[in-house]
Ligand binder design. Structure first.
Ligand code: ADP
Length: 612
């Protein structure tokens, strides 16, 4: 039986979320308050522009009257007679242009100000979210909300106010104009035009649905190609080239058919709307001509009527387009507001602070139970108890997945525990100010430290923004980093990262150690700080660490047992519990899990050396 290549990507969910979230009108209006005067001026200018637009058909009619009377009179008067309506029309055109400039530029200012406020609020709110939030939301999704959602909201806001106001004012105004010219023709118009626009709108929304389906189908066929090409070795190994091509062809065929249908639909729509719109012109000319022949209206009136009814047509079409846009813009805005209004469970600030002179740095975990919120069913720590007395080095060891890193994350209060207590100097973590806890009390050095694309100086200062240059250099010296930093072309001003210099793993770690050290924390957490390095760099980093652990409470989460032999206490974590603890010698003698781990590691090292 031939193995099946799974096309998991065919079953796609858009994963957007937030479709049922509400648009926060209150907050939106609050953001508009500082922009009120600009907005008011913009609204007035937009309405004024629309009123001027209503007047233009009448002026055109006047001109046509002058022109049509011309044939009977002397040509010399032509210029004289035409001058006044022409100048008037010119002035109205200019006024319309000026007002358009005013409302568009004012609205764009308002739109940009509101969008900037929203972006800043959203970013601020995102930065404050619980770590749990980032376990469930991908960075791409968050960046999307910050960029395209707010962009969509902004353009739809601008469009609705400018075009919407104009379209509504023009429609109402022009209906009055039409009525003043000829009530009979107007009745005809107000029944025909909305019917035509209504049918057009229905056809338009049908086409949009068709277009969305066609786009989804294109995405499906792309996903098939992507999966097959991305896993070409598997496809080759199972000799599935022909089968893959069959699946791809089916998808492409389907997408082709849908797009051809879409093309037919668009063609029919365009053709029919041309016929309908031209039909309206012809009908007006016909009915208007009839009225003209009976002396009820003049040629100029007919001209005014034609232009005014075309303005109504355009305005109504615009309104139907705007309606779709409002829906889209509001849901984009709602998505942004959803995260702006999302309150984190763990606050960023607020609570007790232990002053530095009273701080001892005793850390204690008492009967802690914890599951990650994203995996509520799996208890990661079970009745976990551990004491890290002040000034001692406690190392957590054990097989991976046992819960060691979780202990570090909980000490930083990245997550709140379900049961039990974690305390520093007897004060529960829940009572302590998280900003103080993370910013001052605990220095955290991660296995793969992240440095920012800025200078070395600023990277170290990230640990304490008010540190002086001298303090930064002192911290770097303690972390054995001063030497290599000075050897960089621009010393401490050397920019790291993508376009800056690249640093080795060991150098990166030492910069990270300096960054943690500049806080002068009483408690230091080292999460597998040396496991990603080669032996030589490890020694240098280890020397730096030996320098910095003195006089502090240290919790090391270790992979390499060799680095923690000198720890005061070694605690073996297995399945979310401490199964044994003691010094290296004590645990060796005990011949329990620690002893097994050591033997396992020695065996692995032996195998490695034999391979060479
Ligand atoms: P260790 O550091 O001992 O290797 P961890 O503390 O990283 O172990 O992991 C303990 C358990 O918790 C593992 O089963 C792991 O899959 C799970 N886990 C770790 N981080 C998360 C997270 N952010 N969300 C859900 N589960 C997690």
């Amino acid at each position: 039986c031939a193995p099946k290549v799974k096309h998991s990507r065919l079953v796609k969910d858009d994963g957007g979320g937030g479709s049922n979230t509400k648009f926060d009108w209150k907050q939106f209006f609050q953001m508009l308050v500082p922009e009120m005067w600009y907005l008011l001026a913009a609204v007035i200018a937009a309405v004024a522009a629309a009123l001027v637009n209503i007047k233009i058909p009448l002026l055109l009619g006047d001109m046509v009257n002058v022109v049509s009377n011309m044939t009977k009179e002397a040509t010399t008067d032509f210029i004289n007679n035409l001058r006044i309506p022409a100048i008037k029309l010119m002035m109205f055109y200019s006024l319309q242009g000026l007002l358009t400039f005013i409302y568009i530029s004012l609205l764009s200012t308002v739109g940009e100000n509101v969008a900037a406020q929203m972006r800043i609020k959203l970013f601020d709110s995102l930065l404050r979210q619980d770590v749990e939030f980032f376990d469930t939301h991908k960075t791409g999704e968050l960046v999307d909300r910050l960029t395209s959602d707010i962009q969509d909201f902004k353009s739809s806001f601008k469009l609705c106010i400018s075009q919407g106001l104009r379209a509504v004012t023009q429609t109402i105004g022009c209906v009055f104009t039409l009525y003043a010219i000829s009530p009979k023709l107007t009745v005809l118009m107000v029944t025909v035009i909305p019917a035509v626009i209504g049918v057009g709108t229905m056809m338009g929304s049908g086409l949009r649905a068709l277009s969305k389906a066609a786009q989804d189908q294109v995405a499906k066929s792309t996903a098939v190609a992507d999966e097959a090409l991305g896993n070409v070795r598997t496809v080759r190994a199972f000799a599935m080239e022909t089968k893959e091509n069959e699946i791809f062809s089916q998808q492409v065929e389907l997408s082709k058919k849908m797009n051809i249908n879409l093309g037919l639909g668009i063609g029919a729509f365009q053709g029919l709307s041309n016929v309908a719109l031209n039909g309206i012109v012809l009908g007006t000319l016909f009915a208007g001509g009839y009225l003209m022949s009976g002396g009820e209206i003049t040629a100029g009136d007919l001209m005014s009527f034609l232009v005014a009814s075309q303005t109504i047509e355009r305005s109504l079409a615009q309104m139907s387009f705007l309606f779709g846009n409002v829906v889209k813009g509001m849901s984009a805005g709602a998505r942004a507001f959803e995260f702006i209004n999302n309150e984190p469970k763990i606050p960023i600030k607020g609570g007790k602070i232990i002053p530095y002179y009273a701080m001892y740095g005793d850390v204690e975990f008492e009967h802690v139970n914890f599951s990650y919120p994203t995996r509520a069913g799996q208890k990661v720590l079970k009745d976990f108890s551990l004491k890290v007395p002040r000034g001692t080095v406690v190392a957590l060891v054990g097989l991976s997945g046992g819960g060691k890193s979780t202990v570090a994350a909980l000490l930083e209060r990245f997550y709140d525990i379900d049961e039990g207590k974690i305390s520093i100097d007897g004060v529960s973590l829940k009572e302590l100010d998280p900003t103080w806890l993370r910013g001052k009390a605990i220095g955290f050095i991660n296995q793969e430290p992240v440095l920012f694309a800025t200078s070395v100086m600023e990277n170290i200062r990230y640990g304490r923004p008010d540190a002086t240059d001298v303090e930064v250099i002192e911290a770097a010296s303690m972390a054995n980093a001063d030497g290599f930093i000075r050897s960089f072309p621009e010393g401490y001003d050397t920019v790291l990262g993508e376009r800056g210099v690249t640093v080795s793993g060991g150098q990166k770690q030492r910069i990270a150690i300096a960054r943690a050290l500049i806080k002068n924390p009483s408690i230091l957490v080292l999460d597998e700080a040396t496991s990603a390095l080669d032996a030589e760099s490890e020694q240098i980093v280890q020397a730096a660490l030996d320098n910095v652990v003195k006089g502090r409470t240290v919790l090391i989460i270790a992979h390499r047992l060799s680095t923690i032999r000198d720890a005061d206490i070694i605690a073996v974590v297995s399945n979310g519990q401490i199964v044994e603890q003691g010094s290296h010698d004590e645990l060796r003698k005990k011949k329990g899990l620690y002893w097994e781990l050591i033997r396992k590691q020695e065996l692995e090292e032996e195998i490695q050396t034999h391979q060479w």
